[in-house]
Design a protein around this ligand. Structure first.
Ligand code: ADP
Ligand code: MG
Length: 758
């Protein structure tokens, strides 16, 4: 019903955001109740009344609760944001407007309606910070809160999920859901069924990270290290042996390269598909993944850098083969590998919540996606005080060199006045280069990147002090407020007089939204501030997305002027946004079916885990055996055994099904060559495979049940579950487009050669 509603709304709706007028009227009413409510001794509502939440009195009560517990009286605009979120919208509120408080007041509202709230953060630090920060507020209202981080033990997690409002990073939530997926004893379950997801930095989580799969893997044999392959790749040269596509997302061997590889390996690749995969992995690791950009090496291990957040993602790995290939490239021993037992995309995880709401500084730019993928609408909340930040037009240069020297000049000139500067770079390597260049000029910047993750919050908090130069990769989702003068009123005045925080972007991002996130760090709560981006014709954004449209000629100083240049930059960015949206859509087309099948299988699993569906099925399938066993071992033992047997095969078959779908997905593009629609082809095979899976569970369960000695440990009789499991995020989505495009390219090259030879 909700889907149909959304569909109709799409036609009836005026474009733009949610109408705030009804909320504003309620908030105006709340203002009149303020004095009366302030005289109440106890703010805890006498009874839970869902209808009361969202009224003027509710607003007055939570406002008073915030004032008493935190010493902060929520502004009217914050209450408007609360009401919009209680209505299930995504609110756009600028950086520094106090979204943490808005989120907590909203969560309290949902909890007072009787729902459990999962407050979704972008990282562990923020989950813990926000939960602890808002604890007094919840207590004032008679509610409880808890948090989960990567280090939380299962018992602590279970406790945290019992609270009214649980704060956790989206990955931790997903991993808990996945781990529960393997439990065979209901008492061990950790996560209760999903009710409300309240998502902070909603655009990051719901759009940028949406297609990232969370993976649960089980221990298997260590992977095959490929030192010879990696060594071979070092001998190849770009352009001659291999080429990259225009967007730098794919790499493929040229016929020359293929010959060289074949000679070195002494085989015909066309006849060795396994070797093709190995070569691909090694080449991908060699040519597309750059140390300190895509990953860093620390403590002798490869750590992935999250492309959209520029920080180390602990426990994140690529699909096993690629991880091993990067390890070989870096001459490290191969780490453990495993079998994927289950996986879930962030989008699938969040969509499993019946109620979703969110908040971010930049929602409008992804309004269509939020609506398309989550049925969320955007409510634009005005700032409490008008924004006076000065956003300068881009400074555009012909070459990267011209840009770099102008950038250094500008930083030095602004710094000389004492004005604090925040420089946003596009990746970690660029941060380090800039750090070096600034030091060479006698400046002392503080660099914030994936390598000093732990200290980032403290550094950001000081980024607004006099003379500070802070260099950082993406600021989106960092969550820390930058106060001018870091809270010292004297210095605040002084820094404000200098123009406030000056944000400099060293290049435009692939989305204007990320540019806006960076700009938004300056000019919070009506502070003065400024922002500017430096761009060059050699920036990846331009060379990758509009290679055939060069910038107009530069003047003697290397500066490119005029409206046309600015238009070209905007144009490149729109193309990048379009490409990324298409990738998102395409991934979702494939994962949607998988998520649906997953939901169905989980429903079956629940009935087996919590009920007697397993015993019932086996009683009907093998009535004689069932009767016989009950007589010899007792009904209870047989029921427990039946549950274990069916759960085992259900989980096992699902794992196999995932493997099948992943292979199918990888191979499906080849059929596109035969003019078949790959998605149709995928569905045509995935649907019957799922049906066959259910039959197979039944068949195997019957077989085990007929043979097994139910009085003995079933694990010793072939029902062995993985001994160790671990979880990770896949950045290079095996179901996504990057990965199979790589395979497709090489396959095509080989196909062509095969035909020529034949
Ligand atoms: P955002 O997440 O929107 O960027 P934060 O939640 O980090 O903003 O809040 C920014 C700062 O504003 C914090 O220091 C917070 O304590 C402060 N703040 C939020 N709401 C209020 C309020 N109503 N009155 C005074 N200070 C507030
Ligand atoms: Mg925030």
């Amino acid at each position: 019903m909700a889907r149909v509603g959304a569909w109709i709304r799409r036609f009836l709706d005026k474009p733009g955001s949610v109408d705030l007028a009804p909320f504003q009227r309620i908030v105006a009413e709340a203002g009149k109740l303020e004095d009366e409510v302030a005289r109440r001794a106890d703010l805890r509502p006498a009874r839970l009344d869902p209808a009361w939440v969202g009224t003027a009195e509710f607003c007055a009560v939570v406002r008073e609760a915030a004032r008493r517990s935190l010493g902060q009286r929520p502004f009217d605009v914050q209450l408007v944001g609360v009401l919009a979120m209680l209505d299930g919208h995504a609110v756009q509120m600028a950086t520094g407007e106090g979204k943490t408080l808005v989120g907590a007041l909203t969560a309290a509202g949902y909890a007072l309606r009787g729902s459990r709230v999962h407050a979704v953060s972008v990282n562990d630090y923020l989950a813990r910070r926000d939960s602890e920060w808002m604890t007094p507020l919840y207590e004032e209202l008679g509610l409880t809160t808890g948090w989960i981080t990567e280090d939380s033990a299962p018992e602590a997690r279970r406790e945290a999920y019992k609270r009214d409002v649980t704060y956790a990073a989206v990955s931790e939530l997903g991993f808990d859901v996945l781990r529960d997926r393997l439990r065979t004893d209901p008492a061990e379950l950790v996560v209760p069924s999903p009710q409300v997801a309240l998502v902070d930095e909603a655009d990051s989580v719901l759009v940028d990270e949406a297609r990232v799969p969370l993976v649960l893997a089980g221990a298997a044999d260590p992977g095959t290290a490929l030192p010879e392959m990696a060594a071979l790749m070092r001998r190849l040269s770009r352009g001659y042996h291999y080429t990259l596509d225009e967007e730098g997302r794919n790499v493929f061997l040229t016929p020359k390269g293929t010959d060289t590889v074949e000679k070195a390996l002494g085989i015909d690749l066309y006849e060795h598909p396994h070797a093709v995969t190995q070569v691909n992995l090694a080449l991908h690791a060699h040519a597309l993944l750059t140390r300190d950009v895509d990953y860093i090496v620390r403590d002798g291990r490869v750590h992935l850098v999250s492309a959209s957040r520029g920080r180390v993602a602990i426990l994140q790995r690529w699909p096993d083969g690629l991880q091993a290939a990067v390890e070989a490239k870096e001459r490290l021993p191969a780490s453990e590998t495993g079998e994927i037992l289950d996986s879930l995309t962030i989008q699938g995880l969040i969509r499993s919540y019946p109620e979703i709401c969110g908040m971010t500084g930049t929602a409008v730019a992804v309004g269509d996606q939020l609506r398309e993928f989550y049925d969320l609408r955007v409510a634009v909340i005005p700032p409490n005080r008008p924004c006076v930040r000065i956003d300068e037009p881009d400074r555009i240069y012909a070459t990267a060199e011209d840009k770099q020297s102008a950038l250094l000049e500008e930083i030095a000139a602004q710094h000389a006045t004492g004005r604090p500067i925040l420089v946003g770079t596009l990746d970690v390597a660029e941060s380090e280069e800039l750090d070096e260049a600034l030091r060479a000029r006698g400046l002392s910047p503080v660099v914030l990147n994936a390598k000093n993750d732990a200290e980032e919050a403290a550094i950001i908090a000081r980024a607004g002090t006099r003379g500070a130069i802070t260099v950082s990769t993406q600021m989106a989702g960092r969550g820390t407020d930058i106060r001018l003068g870091a809270g010292d009123p004297e210095q605040e005045k002084e820094v404000a007089a200098l123009g406030g925080l000056y944000v400099i972007g060293t290049g435009r991002h692939e989305s204007s939204r990320l540019d806006d996130q960076l700009r938004g760090r300056a000019g919070r709560q009506g502070d003065p501030g400024g922002s500017v981006f430096f761009v060059s014709g050699e920036d990846a954004l331009l060379t990758a997305y509009i290679p055939e449209e060069p910038l107009p000629a530069a003047d003697a100083g290397g500066v490119v002027r005029g409206a046309h240049a600015a238009e070209l930059v905007a144009h490149a960015q729109r193309i990048a946004e379009g490409v990324n949206l298409e990738i998102h859509r395409n991934t979702w087309r494939y994962t949607r079916l998988l998520e649906r099948q997953r939901a169905q299988i989980l429903e079956q699993r629940e009935r087996v885990l919590h009920g007697d569906a397993g015993a019932e099925a086996l009683r009907q399938a093998c009535p004689d055996r069932y009767r016989e066993l009950v007589e010899s071992a007792g009904a209870e033992v047989v029921e427990a055994a039946a549950r274990q047997i069916v759960l085992f095969h259900l989980d096992r078959c699902w794992t196999e099904h995932l493997g099948f779908l992943s292979d199918l997905r990888e191979g499906i593009h080849l059929r596109a060559l035969g003019r078949l629609n790959p998605l149709d082809e995928f569905n045509k095979e995935a649907v019957p495979a799922y049906r066959a899976l259910l039959d197979e569970v039944e068949r195997r369960s019957k077989e085990t049940f007929e043979k097994a000695d139910v009085t003995r440990d079933l694990a010793e009789q072939g029902l062995k579950r993985p001994t160790a499991t671990w979880t990770y995020l896949v950045q290079d989505n095996p179901f996504g487009s990057d990965w199979d495009r790589i395979l497709k390219h090489v396959s095509n090259v080989l196909k062509g050669r095969g035909r020529r030879r034949g």
